[in-house]
Design a binder for this molecule. Structure first.
Ligand SMILES: *Cc1c(COP(=O)(O)O)cnc(C)c1O
Length: 361
């Protein structure tokens, strides 16, 4: 890593890290290295061991998270890698609400007896503290998908540390520009790089980050071994595209967040909206419509500019009613619509959303 990396502001780290060293005539951008094998005698022998394009992306994201990063083939590969640290029958404390892929996997593995799941409301510090006794991992999202609820990360991470429990924080929604869980006491940070980091709805990628100390490096070595053994690796092209996307994360997020604030304020005054769920920063928000799920679904079908699709964190604005999925827990209202606000002109976004909401009146 460039030795001045830590002194740079995040918006600069995004642009400058992972760049090739200054060599007269040398290329500036990170190389896209497409090879499955390496000449013998170096640190890496085979593609599952490592790749220079991953390393460039890891350098940038590691600095942003104030730790050390590992890129993987998907956010779910990162989830699976973190769960691979558990002993058989290990105890996981987690919220009933969260990214559906993660909560579903936890419930399925608990049903199989591979782990024990303690479901608690992670907005309630005392409830989490009471569940930590004898646990192995605490899984947190803040804000939660799709309810946009916040968890008190410093208090929860401290309680977990005191109980000898490893804390995993899914930081996909906040991005390292709005929240750095390792600095708040988390042991492992997880991202779906598919979302804000890559940012253009064209890549599948995952990221893990751990602290740059002895305990963090020990965790990272186990996670890297999992990546290697399972082949949960990122394609070099995907890593390269994610690094290209990362370069503009600060401007994308600033613009999307400014748009999200305007949309949240205007939604609050619309008579078709019963409740707005916006934590005050970031570009994800949710709202509950008046009426029933079918009418909320019609809102999603009535937009023209907002893309009616799953996923989030891209340049284009996306809209989705989460209970359209049978695996989304019943705690999520039928009428909850999730918005991933993009970087378009906010007046165009509002006009389109308002005409779709008018179908409720
Ligand atoms: C999308 C997502 C994941 C899973 O990531 P993939 O890249 O789709 O495998 C995990 N957590 C959150 C919060 C997500 O939005």
């Amino acid at each position: 890593m460039a030795d001045h990396a830590e002194s740079l502001a995040p918006a600069t780290q995004l642009v400058a890290l992972g760049r090739e060293p200054r060599t007269p005539g040398g290329q500036v951008g990170a190389p896209l290295v497409l090879t499955s094998t390496y000449h013998a005698g170096g640190a890496e022998g085979y593609i599952r061991d490592g790749n220079p394009t991953w390393t460039a992306l890891e350098e940038a994201i590691g600095a942003l998270e104030e730790g050390e990063a590992l890129v993987l083939g998907a956010g779910m590969a990162a989830v699976t890698a973190a769960l691979s640290l558990l002993p058989h029958g290990g105890v996981v404390v987690a919220s009933p609400i969260g990214y559906m892929g993660t909560t579903t996997m936890l419930r399925e593995r608990a049903a199989e007896g591979a782990l024990e799941l303690r479901i608690v409301d992670t907005t309630d510090v005392e409830a989490v503290e009471a569940a930590l006794e004898g646990a192995d991992q605490l899984w947190l999202e803040s804000p939660t998908n799709p309810m946009m609820e916040l968890a008190d990360l410093p208090r929860l991470c401290a309680a977990a540390r005191a109980a000898g429990v490893v804390t995993v924080v899914d930081n996909t929604f906040a991005t390292p520009l709005r929240q750095r869980p390792l600095t708040l006491g988390a042991d492992i940070v997880l991202h779906s790089g598919t979302k804000y980091i890559a940012g253009h709805s064209d890549v599948l990628l995952g990221v893990l980050a751990t602290r740059a100390d002895e305990a963090g490096r020990a965790l990272r070595a186990r996670l890297a071994k999992y990546r290697h053994d399972v082949g949960a690796v990122a394609g070099p092209m995907e890593a390269w595209l994610a690094l290209r996307g990362l370069r503009t994360l600060a401007v994308r997020l600033d613009r999307a967040e400014a748009n999200a604030r305007v949309i949240a304020d205007r939604l609050a005054t619309h008579t078709g909206v019963a409740r707005v769920r916006y934590p005050g920063s970031g570009a994800m928000l949710a709202f509950d419509t008046v009426g029933d799920g079918a009418r909320a679904e019609r809102v999603c079908e009535s937009t023209r500019l907002w893309v009616h699709s799953t996923s989030l964190g891209a340049v284009e604005s996306q809209i989705e009613r989460r209970r359209r999925y049978v695996t989304e827990p019943e705690l999520v209202p039928e009428t909850l619509i999730r918005l991933s606000v993009g970087i378009e002109d906010v007046e165009d976004l509002w006009r389109d959303l308002a005409q779709a909401l008018d179908t409720l009146l």
